[in-house]
Each structure stands twice: as C-alpha cells, then as structure tokens.
Design a protein around this ligand. Sequence first.
Ligand code: PLP
Length: 390
Amino acid sequence: REHLSPALRRIAASPTTAMTDRATELREAGRDIISLSVGEPDFATPPHVVQAAKDALDQGLTRYTPVTGMARLKQAAALHFRRDLGIEADPANIVVTAGGKQALFEVLCASVGEGDEVIVPAPWWVSYPQMVRFAGGRVVPLITHARDNFRFDAADLAALITPKTQWLLLNSPGNPTGATYPAEMLQGIGKLLRDHPRVMVLSDDIYAPLNYTGARHATLANVCPDLADQICTISGVSKSHAMTGFRIGVATGPAWLIEAMGRLQSNSSGNPASISQAAAIAAFEGPQEFLAEWREVFRARRDLVVGRINAIPGLSTPVPEGAFYCFIDASPLMERFGGDDTRLALHLLEHGVAVVAASAFGGRNGFRISFAAEETVLEEAMHRIAAALA
Ligand code: PLP
C-alpha cells in the first residue's frame, strides 16, 4: 500500500463498483435484476463491422501497427470528422486510441500540470474528474441545473475562468444528462474563448449521432473553426456503432497535442488492437443508414421512460436531447433515504432495478438510468421503480 504513487492516491475506484457488486450478489442469489446502469447500446454490432474484424484475422492482420493508428484508419476517421461533425481534420493530426477514454486520459495527462484548473460541467461523466486529478490538475465544477436542461452558457463559464484555467470539458450530447448544445450556445461560448486564448476545450463528441433534436449535431470546432488551435475533439465508434468492446476512439486537435498524445501512447499501450482498427475502418467507411433507425428506437424509448418517470410522484426529469440516459431528480423523496442517494439507488436495486446514484456524477438527490434496453424491459423497470417508491 505504501508504494501507491501520489497520482494514484488522488483517484478513487469507480463509484459504481459497490452497486455492481451488490447487483451481482443479488443475481447470483437468483434474483431477477434489470440493469439500467450500464453505458452501452444494447444493439448488436453491425454485421459488416464484425465481418471486417474476421477478415482482418484471416488476412493475418495480427501484428503491431503504427502506434497512433493505421494510415487507412486515420483517413477513415478524417472522413468521419468531416461528414459527421463538420470538422476538417488532417489525418496527420489524428490519433487513434483504445476507446474515447484513452484519448481523454492522454489529452489530460499530456497537458495538465500541478495546479492547473480544468472546468468540468456537473453533472459529469464519472471519469473526467478522476483523470484531471490523476494528471495533477484541479477540478473546477461548473454546476448546471435541470431547469436549464443541464446546460451552462458563456456567462456561467466566464465566472469560473482564471489565469490558471487550462481546459474546459464540453460533452455534447452529454453523459449523464443527455444535455445537447445547439450551435447558438456554442457561438456564445466561442466568443468568450476568443478573449481567453490560453483556455483549451476538450470536446467529447462520442454520442454525436445520438441526437434527438432533429438538428444537425453541433460541435465547437465546426461552429468556430477559427478556434481550431484551442480545441481537441474526441469521437469514436463505441456508442455510435455498438462497438464498446472493440476499444477504438479517435481524437483531432492542434499538432503539438496530437504529437504529445502519440508520445505517451508509444510508451504505454502502443497501438490500438489491429483487429479493432480494421473493424473501425468498416464502421467509418461503411453504411451509416442504420444510425437513423437506432436513433428512432432510442427516441421512442426515451419518450416512454420520460413519460413514466415524470408520472411517478417525487421523481422528475427534463427530456434528454441526446445520448441514452435520463438524469432523474428525487429530491422530494430524499428524507426517506437520509438524504443519501446511494441508499436510494440500493433501495431500487433491492426492488430489482440497477441504477447509478446522481452523486456518482457530481450531482445530488437522484439517479441516472440508461434507456439502452428493450421497451418491454423498460416498462417493467418503470413499474418496479414506481412500486419501490410508492
Ligand atoms: N465519454 C463519455 C461521455 C462516455 O460516456 C464514455 C463511455 O461511457 C466515453 C467517453 C468512453 O468511451 P469509450 O468506450 O470509447 O472509451
């Protein structure tokens, strides 16, 4: 224990572990538990992607590749950035990583120094603050509220910028709230950033295709191309193509940062898995039509869940505009759980539904559910939640 590094001492194990352990225990005891706690699409990986992975094996693509990804995949990723995000990315300024998670980790570890401040909108994805702390930075929470659909604006951001601000994390559509920033709001944020050329933006667009507003996905590097040197954009195939297990993410940003990420990667994980890279080429280059179908399915599920949740006394949620999560407020019920939303989550688990407490995401008095499950399963889960809280 005494050998733990200072960096490691600054981070905690995933706050969802206790819940997962208890869910496993209950399942092993024969209990029927519906899991709405996981962050992955329930669809099968598209067959052409699976085929590309099999072909890669058959063709002997089983050796090291260039550390930051195969040239063909960088071309395919550039196509993805252009077609899906409206960003002109030079393949030379793209790094392919083991999932979006590794890209985020590398950006922060390669650039954040002791005492640097990173503004992280809350509720946040669980790993952001841990990564910032591991890198030695200070997390500056930017609290957002359900009444604003969990979005901040330029004025909220301006109040937190100091000479030590290094990064702003921007996740749209967002986990855990589904918050999605329209182009006009990004314009406002971009205008502010022009006055703060030292502040960089880490734009996590991993949920980009899962946007239910009907509008084209908006991202800062597209809306404000003049700020390209201040922006690093992260994307991938995990959520869009139901490829969470393949572990492929992509990042594009200023050359100094991409070079630094490559340096880190060359001394840590090395290249992302060759077979996964071949599959990701197929994902980016192949048909994208299925995405429209998936979006419709997700949208219908979202509407079902939002309707049911808001009909349960004591629960409320805004309508998430993207991703596949609902961030639910349970403030009126919290006295029953001693004000501790982990107890609320454990209570729901005892009634057969696994969720994640809001506090795990830097929120409070509530919980997050994923609606990446069949409608019949969601219906049953909503019955159980209603019964548990009646
Ligand atoms: N960013 C956000 C907001 C996420 O929710 C996730 C996955 O849960 C990731 C990044 C990481 O995705 P990947 O599985 O590609 O590492």
